[in-house]
Design a protein around this ligand. Structure first.
Ligand code: ATP
Length: 330
């Protein structure tokens, strides 16, 4: 059997065995899964594509450079139940993109509150077709489906509201120093810690459904960092123990559910002050890159009740929709 033919299920089953970061002999692994040693070798051959470093030592076997912490739907459900939230949790080892798959499930009638967390995405997505980079076990990448009675027109400001929810979640697990960047990023030590991608279905009058995708870096290996065209940060860089992934997922979902309910009642307005007081560039000089390739410079005054950026320019105050605009410090 060649490397390409090795079933992904076997690769992930082997990685679960190796998750403890200890040595496991090829012979033992082969016996355990009822395959040959060559099959084990082939299956593990390409795991660097998952962002993993695997040591192979003659006479000792295989060992992962760092232990892997797997997501566990039961644990997440249990933790969430403690907070009174009922969401539908599904965890997959791999998918092309959690947002793409959940959008597909949404068209097939998936319930509001469906969660899809994926250990490894082969093509994680960002806004405007950009790529989200994440290694297996090194990030939290998940999507949440939420249905609204209102139409798409009432959803402006939603990506900012989601930023507030994630900020609250990170605070609850003891992470300080997070700031928000308009419209949809979480920053830590001036690098991008997490991105939010919202994809909507429905029409302007309603009802509508949104899939909210979150990618958050726990460990960002140098190899991944090199592919990211802007400063990025990870929770490991804080020098404190990285929050347990299942716990962080449960706490994030709890805050997201609270904020989404608030948002469906009253929109972004009640969250605006909290957003602005955590805005990294509040009252600072910034530069906006517009879709036509031009730039606008000004001072970020804050945001409106519907999430537009208020920019003081040489020609007076201007408002910008999240649309296709990227903000950078001036
Ligand atoms: P910008 O941050 O430029 O305003 P955006 O908000 O439109 O971009 P997102 O959809 O949030 O972009 O994310 C895609 C971008 O995030 C990529 O173009 C890349 O620069 C960056 N990126 C990709 N993977 C990571 C990661 N693991 N950590 C931090 N940043 C990442």
């Amino acid at each position: 059997m060649s490397v390409a033919d090795t079933p992904r299920e076997l690769v992930f089953a082997l990685l679960r065995q190796l998750a403890d970061g200890e040595f496991h002999s090829g012979e033992m692994l082969a016996r355990q899964f009822g395959v040959t040693r060559a099959t084990v070798h082939n299956a593990l051959h390409g795991v660097d594509t998952f962002g993993l470093t695997l040591y192979r030592v003659r006479g000792r076997g295989y060992r992962l450079a760092r232990p892997l912490q797997w997501l566990d739907a039961g644990l997440v459900r249990e933790r969430l139940a403690g907070s009174g939230e009922k969401l539908h949790i599904d965890i997959l080892d791999h998918a092309v993109s959690s947002n793409a798959l959940l959008l597909q499930r949404s068209t097939q009638g998936a319930a509001s509150g469906s969660v899809l967390a994926v250990e490894w995405q082969s093509a994680g997505r960002g806004r405007l077709g950009r790529t989200w980079h994440a290694g297996l076990g090194d990030a939290l990448t998940f999507s949440l489906l939420w249905r609204f009675e209102s139409g798409l027109a009432a959803l402006s400001g939603l990506s900012l509201a989601v930023g507030v929810a994630m900020l609250r979640a990170l605070r609850e697990v003891g992470v300080a120093g997070i700031a928000l960047k308009w419209p949809n990023d979480l920053l830590l030590i001036d690098g991008k810690l997490a991105g939010i991608l919202i994809e909507a279905q429905g029409d302007m009058l309603g009802p509508s459904a949104v899939v909210i995708g979150i990618g958050l870096n726990l460990h960002l290996p140098e190899e991944q960092r090199r592919h990211i065209g802007q400063p990025a940060s990870d929770l490991a860089g804080l020098g404190m123990p990285v929050p347990e992934r299942n716990h962080l997922l449960a706490v994030s979902l709890k805050h997201l559910a609270v904020v989404l309910r608030e948002f469906s009642r009253n929109g972004f307005a009640p969250l605006r002050t909290e957003w602005e007081s955590n805005h990294r560039f509040q009252q600072q000089a910034v530069k906006l890159a517009l879709p036509d390739g031009t730039h606008v410079a000004g001072v970020a005054l804050g945001v409106t009740d519907t999430g537009e950026l208020r920019l003081a320019t040489d020609h007076g105050e201007r408002l910008f929709n999240a649309g296709e605009v990227s903000l950078r410090s001036a």
